[in-house]
Write a protein that binds this ligand. Structure first.
Ligand code: GLC
Ligand code: CA
Length: 541
């Protein structure tokens, strides 16, 4: 077990993200709950993870599935009582698993008591906790758009003012310029630290220092000042792990966020690699195939940029992204092979890996009828694109490829009814392929994707070169193969992965003649790489 009282334990750790609504229901209401998470801790322990990033379980009207919080110190009754949260923290800890909660500090729900006070009058003490500008109806302060569509400004007639929201109107942005507001947030965080929570994921943290008059959302001038204060005041214990979601982070900014002196956060989720497979300058809905050389160059830049100077997280999946095996692998004939290939490719790098629920089973995207989708982003996209003249089928293709509900269909535990997720009606349909793809089947099959992840987690603990070795990219221009080496003193690692369904040539460096195969998805390596083949070789000397 890792010593979690010391700063830096996350550098040896692997985390698992749970989207509680979709993980395991225990009371038949069709919505996952905390008792469900508790009931699956043995499974997670078997996988070998060190911590759970739990997507929001706080009290919320659920306009954005809990990313709209109405009480930061209460559990939403849908997930269970506070006692269940306390029990989860304790039972997880007993298995060496830390709980990392998901803090939404950029905005609250419009039902949060702060906002309910703030709208009462301009001189209410909470008014300035949010971002307001005077204005006339129909004439917002500027034309900034909200992330999920529509204007970023909503008018409140009796105040003669607009409030600013980067997401839906029910998610008003908090005003970080207000010190009392900031102190209030720190108090909420301390509440959870005292309950035994060992870390936090910080939702869209790069957007807190917004300056809407200058159209600044991410990376505002005071961002790092605010983060240092937050870290000082709220994350006082050395062992608290923090990971900031930062779509706007580049390597230089990530060095600040994850400075080794611990003055800001432990690490960031950056998205440069995630944004390569859509048309440059356009939105994620304009999908293109992944340009492999650009992807490799991006990963190399991050591996080099943060080596010894900061710390990165490693991920391909989360609750906002389509399933990786459908996205960069092959969710048909080569599903198992390609899911393992992607895992081996990523888990050989430096950083803290995050596995998203179901990724370890090779869960895939889903195609649902329009009226089954729940995500506000999907529903808004549909209306906007239809109004702009796209056909129903065209918009549906975008949703199948990129919609967030791909990741949010219930966890597939069994081949039985509702995949063992619920005895009721699931809040979002279960993927029909649960009959083949499920945890029961994976655990019973020694060649399943599950055991690849289990082995990769174990390898990270066994081999310092995986945790700390320097990174060298091989064959950067190759459009089909991703290969790299890692070196630490006498220890050398080679990772090679074929991103295509064709056999491809690959010349293994001679230094790896006689190397030991740590993991492979197609037996011992031969010449070249078979379709979606991947392996990790190790040699000393
Ligand atoms: C983050 C979350 C996403 C949410 C948004 C607004 O990007 O991951 O799910 O909708 O922030 O809080
Ligand atoms: Ca439930």
């Amino acid at each position: 077990m890792l010593d979690k009282t010391k700063r830096g334990w996350h550098k040896s750790a692997v985390f698992y993200q749970i989207y509680p609504k979709s993980f395991q229901d225990t009371n038949g209401d069709g919505v996952g709950d905390l008792r469900g998470v508790i009931s699956r801790l043995d499974y997670l322990q078997q996988l070998g993870i060190d911590g759970i990033w739990l997507s929001p379980v706080f009290a919320s009207p659920q306009k954005d599935n809990g990313y709209d919080i109405s009480d930061y110190c209460a559990i939403d009754p849908m997930f269970g009582p506070m006692e269940d949260m306390e029990e989860l923290i304790a039972q997880a800890k007993a298995r060496g698993i830390s709980i990392i909660m998901d803090l939404v500090l950029n905005h609250s729900s419009d039902q949060h008591p702060w906002f309910r006070e703030a709208v009462k009058s301009k001189d209410n003490p909470y008014h300035d906790y949010y971002v307001w500008r005077d204005g006339e109806p129909g004439c917002p302060p500027n034309d900034m758009r909200a992330t999920f569509g529509g204007s970023a400004w909503t008018y409140v007639p009796h105040l003669g003012q607009y409030y600013f929201h980067q997401f839906v109107p029910e998610q008003p942005d908090l005003n970080w310029e207000n010190e009392d507001m900031r102190r209030g947030l720190y108090g909420f965080i301390r509440f959870w630290v005292e309950k035994g929570v060992e870390g936090f994921r910080l939702d869209v943290i790069d957007q807190i220092a917004k300056e809407p008059d200058r159209r600044i959302t991410a990376n505002g001038p005071r961002l790092h000042e605010f983060l240092r204060e937050l870290s000082r005041e709220a994350f006082c214990e050395e062992g608290i792990v923090t990971v900031g979601e930062a779509w706007g982070a580049d390597v230089e900014r990530a060095k600040l966020y994850s400075a080794p002196d611990g003055s800001e956060l432990s690490m960031v989720f950056q998205f440069e690699h995630i944004e390569l497979d859509h048309e440059p300058g356009k939105s994620k809905w304009e999908a293109i195939p992944l340009p492999l050389p650009a992807f490799k160059a991006c990963m190399e830049r991050w591996q080099h940029g943060l080596h010894g100077k900061g710390w990165n997280s490693l991920f391909m999946d989360n609750h906002d992204l389509p399933r990786i095996v459908s996205r960069w692998g092959d969710d048909g004939e080569h599903r198992v092979r390609s899911a393992k290939m992607l895992a081996i490719m990523l888990h050989g790098m430096e950083g803290t890996p995050y596995i998203y629920q179901g990724e370890e089973l090779g869960m895939t995207n889903v195609r649902l009828p329009l009226d089954a989708y729940q995500d506000v982003e999907i529903l808004n996209l549909y209306d906007e694109r239809r109004a702009a003249g796209e056909s129903h089928d065209e918009v549906m293709e975008r949703i199948y490829a990129r919609g967030r509900d791909n990741a949010r269909t219930p966890m597939q535990w069994t081949a039985g009814e509702n995949a063992g997720f619920t005895t009721g009606t699931p809040w979002l349909p279960v993927n029909p392929n649960h009959v083949q793809i499920n945890a029961d089947a994976a655990l019973a099959d020694p060649d399943s994707v599950f055991y690849t992840y289990q082995r990769l987690i174990a390898l990270r603990k066994e081999h310092a070169v995986i945790r700390e070795g320097s990174f060298t990219l091989l064959c950067p221009e190759d459009e089909r193969v991703f290969a790299y080496t890692r070196d630490l003193g006498d220890a050398h690692l080679l990772v090679a992965a074929n991103f295509t369904a064709e056999p491809v040539p690959f010349a293994r460096p001679a230094a790896f003649d006689g190397a030991k195969t740590l993991i492979a998805n197609d037996g011992d390596p031969a010449d070249g790489l078979r379709p979606y083949e991947a392996y990790m070789l190790y040699i000393e000397g």
